[in-house]
Each structure stands twice: as structure tokens, then as C-alpha cells.
Design a protein around this ligand. Sequence first.
Ligand code: FEO
Ligand code: CA
Ligand code: CA
Ligand code: CA
Length: 580
Amino acid sequence: RPGGGSPRGLLGFTPVPTSTADDFTVPEGYETQVLIPWGTPIRPGGPRWRKDGSNSAEEQAEQIGMNHDGMHFFPLGNTREGSRRGLLVLNHEYVDQSLLFPDGAEEMTADKVRKALAAHGVSVVEIERRRDGDWHVVDSRRARRVTGSTPVDFSGPVKASHPSLRADNEPLGTLNNCSNGYTPWGTYLACEENWNNYFGTQDPSWTPTASQKRYGVSASGGGFRWHEADPRFDLAANPGEVNRFGWIVEIDPKNPDAKPVKRTALGRVKHEGCTVTESRGRVVAYTGDDQDGDYIYKFVGHGSWRVQRALGRSPLDHGTLYVARFDDDGSGEWLPLEHGTGALTTAGGWADQADVLLRTREAADAVGATKMDRPEWISVDPRTKDVYCTLTNGSGWNSAVSPRKPNPYGHIVRWTERGGDNAATTFEWDIFLLAGDPAYDDQVTLDESNLFGSPDGLAFDDDGRLWIQTDVSNSSQNLASKGYDNIGNNQMLAADPRTGEIRRFLTGPRGAEISGVTFTPDRRTMFVNVQHPGEATTAWGTPTPENPRAVSNWPDFDPEGRPRSATVVVRRTDGGVIGS
Ligand code: FEO
Ligand code: CA
Ligand code: CA
Ligand code: CA
């Protein structure tokens, strides 16, 4: 029986309780292994991690980056071989500058900016499961880092030569890679989320354009303060650079010489992820724009992706980008963001398709998209083709798809595309579940076996289990005033959408979110990411250069070390299918 386990449903494990411990817990009968924590050399024999944060920028560029996020396992060989060997590709969303440097985040210097850039981006490592039962990083010509400084190309309607993209430096790097995607042709998609945070200026004459305001670009930036030490990130000195961010970036993990390519036809927003499926040979890619009041997008490729590739074209360069309108009667429509269509005309102030894409959010405003409570990950049910999206939390907007106002706990929305065709332009939607604690909100039907809030990561496995990961912010964690005092550390749950059953599968260490999940083809190894353990929390305080362990010391628990983001390998002690 595929999946095994309980004959009634897909879930066969005993749920774990909530936790506030500095620990990673899994159900009885499961075992874990910490793999590739921040600073691990991507090739055996590479520069070793120094526990005082003193690795140089050059060393960091040959090591695993910080703050692991979206991830995909690309098997090498057939199902059997590929369940023991493959390329693990993962995002490093951002850096915690209080833990990255020996002296913390106070002074910003050009050297520190270079190291911070090297700790961002994507890691590709080759791993194998050996006779000892553990997974190991092996030497591989495919191992590489793509960082904030790696040369990149642009493709699609917005070319690198576009006047808005002109800058003092060549096109470089990818930043704030949150969730991810992967294509049927074997490439990885990194997504640029809160890129506005890296830019700022001390020039008093600089003021943001309307478009920059819409994306949250500001003189003060998001606290990284790189613009104080590197003119590349100064909005006044190098104004085109900021327009090179906000895109989906395609990386070929099997060709270490292939330049990453920014696929501009998929729009410029704060892309949480990019979930690719197919409809009669056409590529369909869903992407959430994670901001309170922003939108859900879908790209539908023109024609068969196989034909496009045979013609030497990227299936992600030619297609239509849509934004979603969720109507209160449970129906919905995909609205095209096409120059010359609807409000997006030359007379309406839109120069061409490149202009529409550079200002995707404003184009979506103009066509009447529906504001959402922070749309994050999107996943497609492999059995029904229904689409699920986490709305992590938010203010609650004036429509039925935002049923709570405010919405501190978040919910998951689900839709069926017309005729089960993911390329369709209309759909029917419903609320799959409301997260939260029934002690504070009697609409919530969760109980102690599955209480959670702020769903973020979301992924179906091939059996149809829906894995849900949480990102309760550290300013809410354990607070009764926010209704989070019974929920504990961030966690991961599994749901069976057919029965509606949900069970808590694991809990993470203090200060961390759980983000990123992928499986071997036999579904007997799961890889999960623990991001930002030790980040400042309300409950446990703030890490300092004197005590970087103030919140967490996971996973090393070295009395002189510091917390590190890491991938955790989860297996069953009996070698069975995870979750069943
Ligand atoms: Fe990077 Fe929206 O989480
Ligand atoms: Ca995150
Ligand atoms: Ca996320
Ligand atoms: Ca999040």
C-alpha cells in the first residue's frame, strides 16, 4: 500500500507535544542527524568553520551560508541510487549580523558587507548516505555557492540593458532567497523576497518614487546598513541596482558553470517561492508576494515547455503573468498583467511589458487583485491538482478570503482551478483551515495534538500528505497578549487533506523557524531546515558579542560556540516512509 501506516488515513505517527526547549524533537520511532550547519565547507577539506565568527568573506564563500530556507533534493541516478545520493540545493534567506561577525552588528565595514554577501544566496552540495546510515557531504565538481556577489544574467522582457537596471557594477548576486521552486527540466528556482531591506542612503536629497514606496524601499533600509560601507547598495549613488532584485532566479545545479538567470517574465515582487506544475505540457508557476495586503500570482507558459526547450528557449521567458482576484462568493479569477490589456495601456501610463513587470505590484493594484494576509508558500496536491497557500498572518482585509480581522494566527486557503486545469483563468476557493488556539478563538478547531500558528512552509509529498511549517515571529512567541503562550517553539505538522486530520510532527529549537522540506525519491529520508536558532526573542532575550548563546546554542551546544542554522535529516528507525 503506498505510504503504508494507518489504513484509514495517511498519518501513522504519534504527535509530539509543543515545546519551549532548546531542542529539536521528533515522534517516537524517528531519528535525526544534523547536516550542513552554517559554515560547513561545501567540499570536504574546504575552510573549516570558526566558532567565534572569525571566518573571512573568502572562507564564507566556500562554506554553507546562513539562515537555511527553501530547499530541494535532486537525486542522482534511479530511484534506488537517487535515494542514497544527490544534490541538496538550499537558500540562505538573510544573515543575523549579531551572530555572523565576532564583534556583532554595531560597526559596518566593507569587509563585513563582503562576508554578509557571501553568507547569502544558495548552496549546492553533493551528499550521500553511507553504510553507517548517516548522510555525508562528498567531494563534487557540482558543489558551489551562488552568493550576493555571483555574476548573474537577466532574461525575459526586462533585459540587463534596460535603462532602469543600469548600475556601476555588472549584474551580481541574489539576496533574501526565502522559499524556492524546481522545474520539470531539473533546475532550481531561488526567490528574492525582502530585497528592499539591503538598500538605503545617507544622501538627504534622495526621495523614494511611488513605485519604490510600494515596495518599501527607504533611505534607512532594513537594518543591514550595507549602504554605509558599500556604494553598491546606496540608493542615491547607484540607483539602478535596486531594480535588479525582486525576481525569480533559475539555477542549474548539475552545471556548475551555468550562470544563474533572473527570469523577469515572472514579475518583480517579494517572491516567497515559485511552485511549478504542468498543464497539458505548459508550465504553470505559482508565487506569493509575502507582505500584508499583497497578492498571489500565477505564470502560464506559452506552448509546451519541451518544445520551448528544444527550440533553445526558456519556458519561463514566454508566457502570461496573472494575479488572483478572490470573490466573496467562493469563485475567483486570474487577471492578466499584460501590457495593452485592461488598465495596463500606454495611455494609462504603462510604457511596455518591461514596465509592467518592473512595477508588478502597481500593475496588480491597477487590475483589481485581492489583498491577502501575507501569502507565503504554495503547494499543489499531486492527486487532485488543488492548490494550497499559507496566509501566515496579517491585518485581515475586507473580503471573505480574509475571515479574521486582525489575523494573528493565519490560515490556509485552497482552490480548484476550473476543470482541474492549473492553466485555467477561473477557480473555486475555500478556507482549508484556520490556525490558532481555541482558548483565544472559538472558531479554531485545533487541539493539543496540532495547535499551531503562522503557517509558512507548505509542501505535499508524493503520497498526498501536506506538510505545514510555522514561522511565529520572535516578537509574538510565548506571549499571552498575542495568543501564542500555549503554542511554544516553531514546529512542523502533517495533514491528510482527505480526512482533515492534522498531527504535530516536530518542534524546533528556541528562536528558530522551521522552513524548507524535501525528500529522497523513496520518501524514507526527509530533509528539514532550522532557520535562525538563537534569534532575539521576547522570552529569552537578545544575543550579544559577549553571549551569542543568550537564546539558543543549538545544534552544537558548545559552551564557546554560537547557534547555527542547519539542515536536519529525519528518518524512521525502521527505515519506513516518513509520516506513514
Ligand atoms: Fe521569508 Fe515570507 O518568509
Ligand atoms: Ca524566514
Ligand atoms: Ca518563509
Ligand atoms: Ca515567514
